[in-house]
Write a protein that binds this ligand. Structure first.
Ligand SMILES: Cc1cc2nc3c(=O)[nH]c(=O)nc-3n(C[C@H](O)[C@H](O)[C@H](O)COP(=O)(O)OP(=O)(O)OC[C@H]3O[C@@H](n4cnc5c(N)ncnc54)[C@H](O)[C@@H]3O)c2cc1C
Length: 458
C-alpha cells in the first residue's frame, strides 16, 4: 500500500514516519479557490493566498500524495536564478526585465529560508552558494567573461565571483577543476522536508488538501475529479510535467526526465578530500546538466538530466535498475575518484515540465477565473516560490511589482505532435551529449554540435 505513495527517492526514504497520505475526506461542493497539484507551486500558491486573503476557502487537489512529483524528489538546489534569465539579459531591450527577475530570484532564496524558519519547517536549508566548476580549460575565459558581462548588466561584484584553481579545489575536490564561478545565491535543501512541511503548515492554517484525488477536467468554475465534481470561483493549475493528464492540456509541457543517485553517508576523511564544507551545491558548464549537493547527513546526492519518452509517456517512478542511472553513478565517480569504493544506496528519477520556449510562465484569466504557473525546466525549487507569489497576486487582482515581471502571460505555444516532438527532444539530447563528449575528449569547444544544440534549445 505504502509503495504506491513512495516516489523512490532518498528524500522520501529519509522522511520519518509513514508515507501514507491523510485519510480521504468527503469533497466540498464549492470552494473559493481550487488548486490542482500539491507540489511546491500549488502549495506555495495556497500559502500566500491564505496569508493575503485568510477568509477565502482554499482547497488543493492532488492525484497522489503531497510532494509525489518533482518537488519531493529533486536535487535540492534552491537557486537564486531561473531558466530564461540569461536570454533576457543578453537582449539590450529586455535586459532590465531579466535583471528584475534575477533580483527577485536572489531574494526568493532568502524568502524561502525565512518562511521555513518562521513556520518551523526544518528542510535542512543552508545557503552555501553554488560552484560551477570549469572542468575544461576553455571554460575559464568563458566564465571570466561571463562575470564581467554580469557586472556590466548591473549585478554586484559579490553576486558572481571567480575562484582560481587552488581556491576552487579547496572548495570542491572535483576532477578536473581549473577554477569555478561562485555565486552565493543558492541554498541546499532536503526537498521532501520542504514540501511535506508546507503541507503541514497549510493544513494547520485550515487549507484543505485532498490527496488521491486526480483532476481530469477543468471547466470555468468547475473541476472534475476522480472523486466527484467541485465548483470553484477560481481554479489554478500547478501540475508541471504532469499537465497533459488533464483533458485539453496535451502538448503544453513536455515531461523531461532527470535522474539521481545518493551515496551512503561518507566518512570524515572522504569529506576532507571533497570539501563542500558550506554544503555548496555544485555542477559544471556542460550542456547536459549535472548537479550535486552534500546532504545534511553527509551523503553526496548527485543527478543529471536524462531523456524524454515517446508520446510524452509519464513514469510514476523510475526503475532503480534503469541504465540511465548507471550513467549518472559513473559520472559521479569519475568526477570524484575518492568515491570509487563508496556505496550508492539510492537511485531514482522524476519528470520536470518543459514549455516550448524553455522558460517559466504565470498566467491568470480574470474572465474565466482559471490560472496556472510552471515551466521551470528543472530549475523550479526557488522559481516555484516566486511564481506562486505572482500567481497569488494575479488571482486576487493585486497590481504589484511582482505582477509586472516578464513571466506574466508569457505562455508558450504547444509542442509539436509526435513523432516531431520525440525527434526534437531526442535531437537536443543527442547534440548536447555529442558536443559535451567531444569537448571533454579534445579540450576544445564543439562549434558544430554545440551550435546545433543551441539552435534547437533556442
Ligand atoms: C530528479 C529531479 C531533480 C531536480 N533538481 C532540481 C534542483 O536541484 N533545483 C531546482 O530548482 N529544480 C530541480 N528540479 C525541478 C523541480 O523539482 C521542479 O521544477 C519543481 O519541483 C516543480 O514543482 P511543481 O509543484 O510545479 O511540480 P511537481 O512537484 O511536479 O508537482 C505537481 C503535482 O501535481 C500532481 N498532479 C499532476 N497531475 C494532476 C492531476 N491531474 N490532478 C491532481 N494532481 C495532479 C502531481 O502528482 C504532483 O504532485 C528537479 C526535478 C527532478 C525531477
Amino acid at each position: 500500500m505504502q509503495a504506491q505513495f513512495d516516489n523512490g527517492s532518498f528524500w522520501f526514504d529519509s522522511l520519518p514516519g509513514s508515507l501514507l497520505p491523510a485519510p480521504v475526506e468527503t469533497l466540498p461542493a464549492h470552494v473559493d479557490i481550487a488548486i490542482v497539484g500539491a507540489g511546491y507551486t500549488g502549495l506555495w500558491t495556497a500559502y500566500y493566498l491564505s496569508q493575503l486573503a485568510p477568509s477565502l476557502s482554499i482547497a488543493v487537489f492532488e492525484a497522489n500524495t503531497i510532494g509525489f512529483g518533482a518537488s519531493g524528489r529533486n536535487g535540492g538546489w534552491c537557486m537564486g536564478t531561473a531558466m530564461g534569465v540569461d536570454q533576457l539579459l543578453a537582449q539590450p531591450a529586455r535586459a532590465a526585465q531579466g535583471l528584475a527577475i534575477a533580483r527577485a530570484m536572489q531574494q526568493t532564496v532568502d524568502e524561502i529560508g525565512e518562511v521555513c524558519a518562521k513556520e518551523g519547517i526544518d528542510c535542512h536549508f543552508k545557503k552555501g552558494g553554488t560552484l560551477t566548476v570549469a572542468t575544461r580549460h576553455f571554460d575559464v575565459p568563458l566564465m571570466q567573461q561571463r562575470i564581467k558581462a554580469h557586472q556590466a548588466q548591473g549585478f554586484d561584484a559579490e553576486d558572481f565571483v571567480w575562484l582560481n584553481a587552488d581556491e576552487s579545489k579547496r572548495r570542491v575536490g572535483m576532477q578536473p577543476n581549473h577554477g569555478a564561478l561562485y555565486t552565493p545565491h543558492c541554498a541546499s535543501i532536503h526537498p521532501a522536508h520542504l514540501v511535506k512541511g508546507l503541507g503541514r503548515v497549510l493544513r494547520n492554517r485550515g487549507v484543505s488538501i485532498y490527496e488521491q484525488t486526480a483532476v481530469s477536467r477543468i471547466h470555468q468554475h468547475e473541476l472534475v475529479t476522480s472523486r466527484g465534481v467541485v465548483k470553484a470561483a477560481k481554479i489554478l493549475r500547478a501540475t508541471e510535467g504532469y499537465t497533459d493528464s488533464i483533458e485539453g492540456q496535451k502538448r503544453q509541457l513536455l515531461p523531461l526526465y532527470s535522474m539521481m543517485v545518493a551515496t551512503e553517508p561518507l566518512s570524515k576523511s572522504v569529506w576532507d578530500a571533497i570539501g563542500l564544507r558550506q554544503r555548496e551545491t555544485f555542477g559544471d558548464a556542460r550542456r547536459v546538466t549535472i548537479y550535486g549537493q552534500r546532504t545534511q547527513d553527509d551523503r553526496l546526492a548527485f543527478g543529471g538530466r536524462a531523456g524524454y519518452y515517446y508520446g510524452s509517456k509519464r513514469k510514476a517512478v523510475i526503475d532503480p535498475q534503469d541504465p540511465m542511472l548507471d550513467h549518472v553513478a559513473r559520472n559521479l565517480k569519475g568526477l570524484f575518484p575518492v568515491l570509487q569504493g563508496a556505496a550508492i544506496t539510492h537511485r531514482w528519477g522524476g519528470l520536470m515540465g518543459v514549455p516550448r520556449h524553455w522558460r517559466p510562465f504565470v498566467t491568470f484569466d480574470r474572465v474565466t477565473g482559471i490560472g496556472s504557473a510552471g515551466g521551470y525546466v528543472g530549475e523550479g525549487v526557488g522559481a516555484s516560490n516566486l511564481a506562486a507569489r505572482v500567481l497569488a497576486d494575479l488571482t486576487l487582482g493585486r497590481d504589484t511589482a511582482l505582477t509586472k515581471l516578464a513571466w506574466v502571460d508569457d505562455v508558450a505555444r504547444r509542442w509539436e505532435p509526435e513523432p516531431f516532438r520525440w525527434l526534437g527532444a531526442g535531437a537536443i539530447q543527442w547534440f548536447g551529449d555529442r558536443a559535451d563528449r567531444q569537448e571533454f575528449q579534445t579540450g576544445k569547444r564543439s562549434r558544430f554540435w554545440g551550435g546545433l544544440f543551441n539552435q534547437f534549445v533556442g
